[in-house]
Design a protein around this ligand. Sequence first.
Ligand SMILES: [Zn+2]
Length: 117
Amino acid sequence: MAQVFSSIPSTVGVLIDFDALGGIDLDRLERSLDLRAERVGQGRYRVFGGSSEHWVDLHDGTHPRCDCGDHLWREQICKHILAALLREGDERVVRALAALAGKWRALAPSATRKQAA
Ligand SMILES: [Zn+2]
């Protein structure tokens, strides 16, 4: 049995096909870090802290839902959904944070690195 790791129960069992939705956009992920997500039910979040408040439902079939234009019109995983997934501890989104940290390191001025040394 090589299924040991897949048997670890997910907190909510979100089944989002990130690949089909274009993957996790790092710019959106970065903006999602400024948002607050308040859990209001199983897989349901009130996301605020941005220009307006939005409602996210992670349990609508295999697709997450948000009432913002970015998600409804562009059919993207928006920053609100990412903020909710981060609160859920979604492994793929947490892993994407590592890629984001790498981007920040690459952008950091070399002077900062010299001071740190
Ligand atoms: Zn949204």
